[in-house]
Design a protein around this ligand. Structure first.
Ligand code: BGC
Length: 764
């Protein structure tokens, strides 16, 4: 293997670089380590490094190569040119770059590192590969709606195959923040509001990115579970805002997806921007050392989130740059992104004794271990190959996966009178709305490498599946947030001339994602006016919502007989939506977040606690937990999603009414499809601990299963519950479980009754 990869490199690089690398101290030392175990080689390399070189290994910056620039997603704070950056590599002052520009750039930079730097330590190339690379898959929130971790694993794998071919070793994903406030824009990057779904998706994505052949495989990228921790708990859903959360809630809600990601092998994590109860995560020794290292035994790498160390000053936690550096570094942030604080201040801090050399060595050791695990010491060019970069991306298989993932992420909220699926022939169809056609708002937020221009829009998707493309028109009617002069008139005329309207409305892709908090999670007013005018024509309307968060759905939109939630589905948006509209696939996804009646309910999530005066879903009553204006429930609940079959739940059977301490409880229900279309039903098991020493949520998802139910068929679903499924963080802040009564539901959503029963956990 090695011979062939070296000769392949020799072709691209010329023999000089290869010879220099083959003879480099790092290579020699780490080759020895292959036999003797990793540490001695890394220790020996460490012993040869200057303090400045060590600080360089802890300094990661955005790539500055201008050619073929990726989208600028962050504020650019470092002004270095590419030439300056190359000089930094030469001097050993940079560990790598992120969000770079493909194999050519990586090859140039790595060649300088391997030929011209003193110790020839390979660079690491990182990137935000959040939901695909050149092939863009549904945004993670959408994909969570599939309730299918296997799907998330497949798309993460495909993204890794594409990204690694372009020289990327490390992705800043998965984002595993539980997000319970829909005003927050970054919920779109994660798996939604639920802990179990969050854990399962986190682990699946890590497995997908890192692959099963070891991190050194040329198509593996290292995962980074982010943002550690509780970033999604930002007060008022305002991005970057303070978080004040109890240790119990951290352990019960926000930590588990990280633990799942680490258990699945994620070798890095990113400290979050927010403070936690007064101490910024980036300078939080309890979080980054006591919990992460000592309690969980995490042996990987902690990177700051962008200028998180620098931001300690604005937080009012550090007086100046030097103090910010010391606080972040001593708390446990090993690598600094973008601020250059470590490079600029660690040498003096070490010289003064304010930072012990042992801590510096520890952080550098972690970085070197990671580079070693990625196989970079064996072959620094293993992921850098311009040919693979062309042939491994946007393959037919990846495009097909994107289409399939898209279909499996679309949620059918309502379908009155079985308006859907639409017939493929014989109907005039008016696509109306800002998302009816055009190469915008397709791939969704946090897409660095894919582009709207390469994605397929709704009009193209629909025309490709109907019998007569001439029967389909597209009219914008409105911009996303602005009116179009005469737009509504044109849309009304188009609706009148059609038999059925597909109203493609919602949020633009810049309306969710980082720094895109919303004070009102509504469809923008010009689009609501458009919806009302089109509804007034009396034509049947299918709403196809585009969105990066749960929305408050009201008025003509809510009254439409059919509503699909289509999120941002990526490269194959149009075809995936068309498949569902015309019944080439049946909708099977479920809401991974609760859609509230009103923004004012936020943070609304199904697994809330009960007050002493609950008022569940009934009309508001005085002196009960209620809002004057609205029900205190979800408009569309977590877990909700219809299909084209007609599904009913019946026959709950519990294997026993008393679950023994070390026993099993088999829970069965029957799912019947009395419709004429086959269905994939996501059957959900919820429990409620009736009385405990720490109050428990009104319901918690404990298991789910996707079952295929043919028309007219009945399927029995069996779950097995054990005591370990009933754990919670108890009074001593440790996982605990208490004997007593539990309620249980097997249901189609978190707020549907389904079939329910009770059981008792019996003490040993
Ligand atoms: C985001 C991270 C991202 C980083 C690098 C930050 O602004 O919070 O999620 O990985 O930028 O692009």
């Amino acid at each position: 293997m090695e011979t062939s990869s070296i000769s392949r490199r020799a072709l691209v690089l010329g023999t000089g670089a290869v010879t220099a690398w083959a003879a480099s101290p790092a290579r020699a030392l780490l080759a020895a380590a292959d036999r003797a175990g990793a540490s001695p080689a890394i220790e020996a390399l460490l012993a040869r490094m200057t303090v400045a070189e060590k600080a360089g290994q802890l300094t990661l910056n955005a790539a500055t190569w201008a050619s073929g620039a990726a989208n600028a997603l962050n504020p650019v704070t470092a002004g270095a040119s590419f030439e300056v950056q190359l000089a930094e590599v030469r001097d050993g002052h940079l560990t790598g770059v992120f969000n770079g520009h493909g194999a050519d750039m990586a090859q140039r930079m790595q060649t300088v590192a391997m030929r011209e730097s003193r110790l020839k330590i390979p660079l690491i190339f990182a990137a935000d590969v959040i939901h695909g690379f050149r092939t863009v898959f549904p945004v993670p929130l959408a994909e969570a709606g599939s309730f299918d971790p296997g799907l998330a694993e497949s798309t993460a794998r495909a993204a890794a195959v594409e990204a690694s071919a372009a020289g990327i070793d490390w992705t800043f994903a998965p984002m595993v923040d539980i997000a319970r406030d829909q005003r927050w824009g970054r919920g779109v990057e994660g798996a939604g509001e639920d802990v179990l779904l969050g854990r399962m998706m986190a682990a699946a994505r890590v497995r997908g990115f890192q692959g099963t052949r070891g991190l050194a495989a040329d198509d593996a990228v290292m995962a980074c579970a982010k943002h550690f921790a509780a970033y999604g708990a930002a007060e008022a859903g305002l991005d970057y805002n303070s978080v004040d959360v109890s240790e119990r809630t951290l352990r019960d809600v926000y930590f588990p997806p990280f633990q799942a990601a680490f258990a699945a092998g994620a070798l890095s994590t990113m400290a979050s921007f927010n403070e936690i109860s007064g101490v910024p995560a980036t300078a939080n020794p309890w979080l980054l050392d006591t919990v992460l290292r000592k309690e969980w035994g995490f042996g990987g790498l902690v990177v700051s989130d962008y200028t998180g160390d620098e931001e300690l000053i604005a937080h009012g936690f550090a007086a100046d740059a030097r103090e910010a550096t010391r606080l972040a570094f001593m708390a446990g942030v090993d690598m600094s992104m973008q601020s250059n604080f470590y490079r600029d201040h660690l040498p003096a801090l070490v010289a003064s004794g304010a930072v012990p050399m042992a801590r510096l060595d520890q952080a550098v050791r972690r970085v070197l271990h990671v580079k070693q695990a990625l196989g970079l010491f064996d072959d620094p060019f293993r992921r850098i190959d311009p040919t693979r970069e062309r042939t491994r991306v946007q393959t037919k298989a990846h495009q097909a996966l994107a289409r399939d993932a898209g279909r499996r992420s679309i949620v059918l909220l309502k379908n009155d009178g079985d308006l859907l699926p639409l017939p493929r022939a014989g109907k005039r169809i008016a696509l109306i709305g800002p998302f009816a056609q055009g190469q915008e708002d397709l791939v969704g937020p946090w897409t660095v490498y894919g582009s709207d221009a390469e994605a397929v829009d709704l009009l193209t998707g629909v025309r490709a599946v109907v019998a007569d493309a001439g029967m389909v028109t597209a009219t914008a009617g409105s911009g996303v947030e602005q009116e179009i002069p005469g737009g509504i008139d044109a849309a009304v005329a188009a609706a009148r001339a059609a038999d059925v309207v597909v109203l493609a409305i919602g949020e633009g892709q810049s309306m969710s994602g980082e720094a895109q908090s919303r004070a009102a999670i509504v469809i923008p007013a010009p689009q609501l006016a458009l919806a009302a005018a089109v509804a007034a024509t009396g034509k049947p309307i299918v709403v196809a919502l585009r969105n990066g968060r749960a929305l408050e759905v009201s008025g003509a939109v809510l009254d439409a007989p059919a509503i699909l939630v289509t999120w941002f589905l990526g490269s194959q948006s149009g075809p995936a939506i068309a498949d569902i509209l015309f019944g080439l696939a049946a909708p099977s996804a479920r809401l991974p977040v609760s859609f509230p009646f009103a923004t004012g309910q936020e943070p609304y999530h199904y697994a809330h606690k009960s007050t002493g005066r609950p008022n569940p879903a009934g009309p508001p009553r005085d002196f009960k937990a209620r809002y004057r204006e609205t029900l205190n429930a979800a408009r569309f609940a977590f877990g909700h999603g219809l299909t084209y079959g007609r599904i009913a739940y019946s026959d709950l059977q519990l294997g026993t009414a008393k679950l023994a301490w070390d026993g099993d409880l088999a829970v069965r229900a029957t799912i019947t499809n009395s419709g004429t279309c086959a269905a994939d039903e996501v059957v959900q098991l919820y429990v409620h601990d009736v009385a405990a020493s720490i109050t428990r949520p009104v319901r918690e998802l404990k298991a789910f299963r996707r079952v295929h139910v043919a028309p007219g068929a009945r399927v029995e679903v069996v779950f097995t519950l054990r005591r370990s499924d009933l754990l919670f963080v108890g009074t001593a802040l440790k996982p605990t479980v208490e004997p007593g009564a539990f309620r249980l539901w097997i249901a189609p959503s978190a707020e549907a009754e389904g079939v329910s029963g009770t059981f008792e956990l019996v003490a040993a």
